[in-house]
Design a protein around this ligand. Structure first.
Ligand code: FAD
Ligand code: NAD
Length: 480
C-alpha cells in the first residue's frame, strides 16, 4: 500500500525495523472520535490500518463521557417530570423512590450496545483494533503492551495521535487521598449520594450537579470564579445559576478548597476558603470537575522530538499536522476545543488534507450545548466579546415564554438572544431554554452561508415547534 500523504514522509524507517515490526499505511493511537473515523475511512478504502486502544473502544464519548452522562440526564429528567406531574395532579399518591442501580443498568445497557457497534465498525471497515497501551519509540513507531503484558512494535507511514484527555485532580492536600469521584466513577454509583460536593462549576460539574440533585442528592457546587460558566455572558450564567439554585443546588462561588479529609463514598470534609475566611463543608461524596489534562504524558512524545506544548497538548498546525510530517494529532490531546463534534471535525480535516484537499481548522464553527435542563446552546461571538472588541451590533432578546411551544411543555424558563451586524449578518446566538441545542443548526447554516438574519426571520416555520420561536426572536432585531 502507498503512503497516504501527498508529501512523502521526512522520516525514513530503517528497513530492518520495518521487517521486524508490523507496518501499516495508517497507525492510530487511541480510538476516540477523530481517531476511529480516520481509521474506518481509510481502511474502507483498502488501506492497511491499525488502531491501538488501551481501554475504551470508541473513546470516552460512548463509554464514560457524553453519551452515558446524557443517559443519566434523561433518567434525572424522567424523575423530575414525574415530580412535576405529581405537583400538577396528573399522578396522585405516587411515592417516588429512585433506584440508582436501575439508572446505572439503563446506562450500562446503552454503553454495551455502543461498544458492540464500534467493534462491528472495526470489523466491517477492515481496520485492525489492537488492544493495548501504546508508547512512542519514534514519531512513527509505537510499542504496544497488551493486557497480558506482551509487547509488539508497530510502524505507520502516517500516524495519528488521538489519545484524548482525563479529569484533572488538583494537588490540594488530602484530595487525591479522599479518592474523589470523576465523571467515570460517578456513572458507576449504585446509590444516590446523600450530599455530593462538586468541585468546579463548568460543564461536567453543572451537568452532574443537576443530575444528582434531581435523583435526590443534596448538592453543593464550589468554584473559584465569582459566577458559574465564567466564559459565558454574565446574564446567561446568572440566569442559569438562578434556575439551578431554584432546584435546590447550593453554590459556593469565589471559593477554593485548601484541604480535604475523609473518603468519598463515606464522609468527606472540605476546607473552603472564601474572602479570606475558612469554613468546613461536610459531604458524603466529592466530584472533581475542574477541567481536563491531555493524555500525552509518559507515552514517549517528549523524546526524541518534543511534540508537546508547555501545557502538554500535541503541537499542531491548522491542518492538525505535528512538526513531524505525516504525524497528526486530533481531538482533546491536540488542544482542539473539547467537544466530540469538534473531534469529528478534526477527522474530516485530516482526511481531506491527506487526500490533497485544503482543509484546516481556521475559523471553523464551534457550537456547543450544555445539557442542563434547560439546555444552554451557543454559536458565534458572545455579547461580552463584541463589546470588548467594540463591534457594533443590534440585539434581540426574548424570554423562552415567547417560544410558545415552551408553554405547552410547562417549562418557560430561560431566554434567547441574537446579535446581528450592521450588514445584517448573525454574529452570535445564545439560547437558554428547553431543547435549545436543537435550535443551533439553522442559525449555524445561515451564518456559514453568509445569509442575512432576515433569511431566518422570513421562514415559514411549523407551529408550534421550538424552532418557530426563532422567527419571533429574529423579528425583534431592531431595524438599521
Ligand atoms: C462527562 C463528560 C461529558 C461530556 N459531554 C459532552 C457532550 O455532551 N458533547 C460534547 O461534544 N462533548 C462532551 N464531552 C467532551 C468529549 O467527551 C471529548 O471532547 C471527546 O470525547 C474527545 O474525544 P477524543 O477522541 O479527543 O478523546 P477520547 O474520546 O478520550 O479518546 C481517546 C482514546 O485514547 C485512548 N488512549 C489514550 N492513551 C492511550 C495509549 N497510550 N494507548 C492506547 N490508547 C490510549 C483512551 O483510552 C481513549 O479511548 C464530555 C466530556 C466529559 C468528561
Ligand atoms: N455538554 C458538553 O458539550 C460537555 C459536557 C461535559 C464536558 N464537556 C467538555 O469537557 C471539558 C471539561 O469540562 P470540565 O467541567 O471538567 O471543565 P471546565 O473548564 O468546563 O470547568 C472547570 C471549572 O472548574 C473550576 N475550577 C478549576 N479548578 C478549581 C479549583 N481548584 N477550585 C475551584 N474551582 C476550580 C473552573 O473555574 C471552572 O469553572 C469542557 O470544557 C467541555 O469542553 C462538554
Amino acid at each position: 500500500m502507498g503512503c497516504l500523504l501527498r508529501n512523502e514522509s521526512a522520516i525514513s524507517l530503517e528497513a530492518e525495523d520495518i521487517a521486524m515490526a508490523d507496518h501499516f499505511d495508517l497507525l492510530v493511537l487511541g480510538s476516540g472520535e477523530a481517531g476511529k473515523y480516520i481509521a474506518w475511512a481509510f481502511a474502507s478504502e483498502g488501506k492497511k490500518v491499525a488502531c491501538i486502544e488501551r481501554q475504551w473502544v470508541g473513546g470516552s464519548c460512548p463509554n464514560v463521557a457524553c453519551l452515558p452522562s446524557k443517559n443519566f440526564v434523561h433518567s434525572a429528567e424522567m424523575v423530575h417530570q414525574t415530580q412535576e406531574a405529581i405537583k400538577s395532579g396528573i399522578f396522585s399518591d405516587v411515592d417516588i423512590k429512585v433506584n440508582m442501580s436501575a439508572v446505572r443498568a439503563r446506562k450500562r445497557e446503552m454503553v454495551d450496545g455502543l461498544v458492540a457497534m464500534h467493534k462491528d465498525r472495526f470489523v466491517n471497515s477492515g481496520a485492525q483494533l489492537i488492544e493495548g497501551n501504546g508508547r512512542f519509540i519514534e514519531p512513527k513507531k509505537i510499542q504496544v503492551t497488551d493486557p497480558k503484558g506482551e509487547q509488539r512494535v508497530l510502524t505507520g507511514e502516517t500516524v495519528i495521535i488521538s489519545t484524548g484527555s482525563r479529569a484533572n485532580i488538583d494537588s490540594v492536600p488530602g484530595l487525591a487521598e479522599a479518592k474523589p469521584l470523576t465523571h467515570i466513577d460517578i456513572l458507576e454509583l449504585d446509590k444516590v449520594p446523600s450530599h455530593l460536593i462538586v468541585l468546579g462549576a463548568g460543564y461536567v460539574g453543572l451537568e452532574f450537579a443537576q443530575i444528582m440533585r434531581r435523583l435526590g442528592a443534596k448538592v453543593t457546587v464550589i468554584d473559584r470564579n465569582d459566577r458559574i460558566l465564567k466564559r459565558e455572558d454574565e446574564d446567561v450564567s446568572t440566569e442559569l445559576e438562578k434556575l439551578l439554585a431554584a432546584e435546590g443546588i447550593q453554590f459556593c462561588l469565589s471559593s477554593s478548597i485548601s484541604g480535604v479529609k475523609g473518603t468519598s463514598g463515606d464522609t468527606v470534609s472540605v476546607k473552603v476558603m472564601k474572602a479570606g475566611k475558612t469554613s468546613e463543608l461536610q459531604g458524603s461524596h466529592i466530584l472533581c470537575a475542574t477541567g481536563r489534562i491531555p493524555n500525552t504524558d509518559g507515552i514517549g512524545l517528549e523524546e526524541p522530538t518534543n511534540l508537546l506544548t508547555k501545557n502538554g497538548f500535541v503541537k499542531v498546525d491548522d491542518h492538525l499536522q505535528t512538526v513531524v510530517p505525516g504525524v497528526f494529532a486530533v481531538g482533546d490531546c491536540a488542544g482542539s476545543p473539547h467537544f466530540t463534534h469538534v473531534s469529528f471535525s478534526d477527522f474530516r480535516i485530516v482526511k481531506d488534507f491527506l487526500k490533497g484537499l485544503s482543509a484546516n481548522t481556521t475559523g471553523r464553527q464551534v457550537p456547543y450545548t450544555l445539557f442542563t435542563s434547560p439546555e444552554l446552546a451557543h454559536i458565534g461571538a458572545h455579547e461580552h466579546e463584541l463589546k470588548a472588541k467594540d463591534v457594533k451590533y443590534r440585539k434581540a432578546q426574548l424570554p423562552m415564554a415567547a417560544f410558545l411551544r415552551t408553554r405547552t411543555l410547562a417549562d418557560t424558563r430561560g431566554f434567547a438572544k441574537v446579535m446581528v451586524s450592521e450588514s445584517d449578518q448573525i454574529l452570535g446566538f445564545t439560547a437558554l431554554g428547553p431543547g435549545a441545542g436543537e435550535l443551533l443548526p439553522v442559525v449555524q447554516l445561515a451564518m456559514k452561508a453568509g445569509l442575512p438574519y432576515t433569511a431566518i426571520r422570513d421562514l415559514v416555520v411549523t407551529h408550534p415547534t421550538l424552532s418557530e420561536g426563532l422567527v419571533y426572536l429574529f423579528m425583534a432585531v431592531p431595524p438599521r
